[in-house]
Design a protein around this ligand. Structure first.
Ligand code: G6P
Length: 370
């Protein structure tokens, strides 16, 4: 096992560091001359794509959080309405499904019972079914009409890291591919997304440099004695906040909640008191000012705030206690980078508290019962 960990203390840490490669491997062979080409993997013709009326992302846990990012990405790039459901809820709400529905299952293992059951239901009701999975030949992969494999390699730690970032890459590729077919977006704009997508691996590497990691690790050690923590963000930052919060809960057992920053004043603000740690994400340019004003609201009530923003931002540090910078990228692509310090944060908080990083209590890597 020590050899398998390749010099890292835990599989989770190894897998966090494998993300630049997982991103690159998931992109490999799928971009040709500034365009995404999934024609070898996706059987949907241009006409089929044009017929799609609605998209349903269905998944569990971390894969569900990738689906939440998928909603923003697909609606922005394709203008097709998207719904996202946790698989254990989907079947029981009588979702509206027909042959113009595209159902996308996201599953690292491809064996999660609830996801598989939802997929079967959607297929039976006439939807076109696509799977984003990390395991070739898994049940979800076998039963879907089309499959996009995330080439993250085996993920051993229960807390998912590189599978999530690879799922995001698959979602971007698919969203861009559909947008190309739909001619819904300006060609130049799509090319820019493709160009920036190809730079993410290198930028992820920057977030794993020792100086960056030690800022996160110090904050994690600082908060490890706390029992409660809040993650806040807007838009895509909110989707990533949910994933950051899940990571922290899963392995460090610190109770945390992720909130859409604008929603704080409708209830959660009542819980903010002196010294409560808040991890505030502000990478989305269009929402930046609003998010900063929400950060000031928690700061004014005594919160201890770690801010996450884009390199070059010299404003946020005036409103927070510590700051982490994410390399510049398009707002749409920021989640791939933003999640990395949050994963490291959960990791170091867990190590500080002395829990089992790779095998958290009560949880399994793949849940094959409903
Ligand atoms: C379990 C794992 C999670 C994972 C979820 C969905 O709960 O502990 O890390 O996100 O299942 O798994 P899947 O294999 O379908 O992505």
């Amino acid at each position: 096992e020590t050899a398998e960990k390749g010099g890292f203390d835990h599989f989770m840490l190894k897998e966090i560091y494998e993300q630049p490669k997982a991103i690159q491997d998931t992109l490999a062979g799928r971009i040709k001359e500034d365009k995404v080409d999934l024609s070898n993997e996706i059987s949907l013709s241009k006409e089929d794509v044009q017929q799609i009326e609605r998209i349903h992302f269905v998944a569990c846990g971390t894969a569900y959080h990738a689906g939440l990012v998928g909603k923003y990405v697909f609606e922005k790039l394709t203008r097709i309405p998207v719904e996202v459901d946790v698989a254990s809820e989907y079947r029981y709400r009588e979702p509206i499904i027909n042959e113009r529905t595209l159902f996308i299952a996201v599953s690292q293992s491809g064996e999660t019972a609830d996801t598989l059951a939802a997929l079967r239901e959607a297929k039976q009701r006439g939807a076109k079914v696509l799977a984003i999975t990390n395991v070739v030949g898994s049940s979800v992969a076998r039963e879907a009409d089309d499959v996009i494999i995330t080439w993250a390699g085996p993920e051993i730690a229960v807390a998912s890291t590189k599978a999530y970032t690879s799922q995001l890459i698959a979602i971007y590729l698919l969203g861009i591919y559909f947008a190309q077919q739909l001619e819904a977006k300006n060609v130049g704009e799509l090319k820019e997304v493709v160009a920036q997508l190809q730079k993410l691996s290198e930028k992820a590497e920057l977030l794993l440099q020792p100086e960056q990691v030690s800022i996160v690790a110090n904050f994690a050690r600082e908060i490890a004695k706390h029992q409660n923590l809040f993650f806040i963000g807007r838009g895509l930052d909110y989707a990533v906040a949910l994933e950051g919060s899940l990571k922290l809960k899963e392995i460090s057992y610190i109770h945390s909640e992720a909130y859409a920053a604008g929603e704080l004043k409708h209830g959660t603000l009542a819980l903010i008191e002196e010294n409560i740690p808040v991890l505030a994400i502000a990478t989305q340019k269009a929402l930046y000012e609003k998010t900063v004003s929400n950060i000031q609201e928690v700061k004014a009530r005594g919160a201890y705030v770690l801010g996450v923003t884009i390199t070059g931002d010299t404003e946020l540090n005036k409103s927070v206690d510590e700051v982490i910078h994410i390399p510049k990228t398009l707002d749409l692509l920021a989640p791939v980078l933003t999640v990395i310090p949050l994963q490291l944060f959960a990791y170091y908080a867990c190590v500080e508290r002395g829990y089992d990083v790779d095998k958290p209590r009560n949880l399994a890597k793949s849940v094959t019962v409903e």
